[in-house]
Ligand binder design. Sequence first.
Ligand SMILES: [Zn+2]
Length: 190
Amino acid sequence: MAGIAAAWTADLIPGQRAWRVVPESASWFRRAGNGLTLICALLGAAPDLDLMFVAHRTVSHSLGAVIFVWLFAAALAADAERPIVRVSLMCAAAYGTHLLLDWLGADTFPPRGIEILWPVNHEWYISGIDVFRQTARQKFLTAPSMLQNLRAIVQELAILGPTLVALWLVRVKALTGLASEVTRGDHAAQ
Ligand SMILES: [Zn+2]
């Protein structure tokens, strides 16, 4: 959800975004920003792929990884002939939301937090604000763990859900105006 929020926020920034605009009659998927928004959603979750390895919350949860995503996305955008700065920063921001949310969340298992400054150093950082609750990964099929995770999910939805709805409403308004401008521009060009 945070990755989608990053994509939609980026779309609100004026500049080369006419290619992101579709008519109101288009499908929900296209109006939501197509495959690029989907990629941003996946990028927002991607850092936790490290759960499949031993080193959780290290390299994949660092600014080093954000820079890698940024450069990789820039190369793909250049190849696809899309606005390089816009697309690459959108993808990097989507990935970065994960780091921000993990930093804001509770983590009671030391080392607490994330190795955000890798490769500069291997220190662990956490805000200590505990905006998001601790989740349970061990014995997660037991009732107490399931209840704990359910609470965490509900809380995350309560915070990110309204944020996304608000962004969607602003998006519809902003991009609908832009769509009519683009159409008028096309007519004027003909
Ligand atoms: Zn994470």
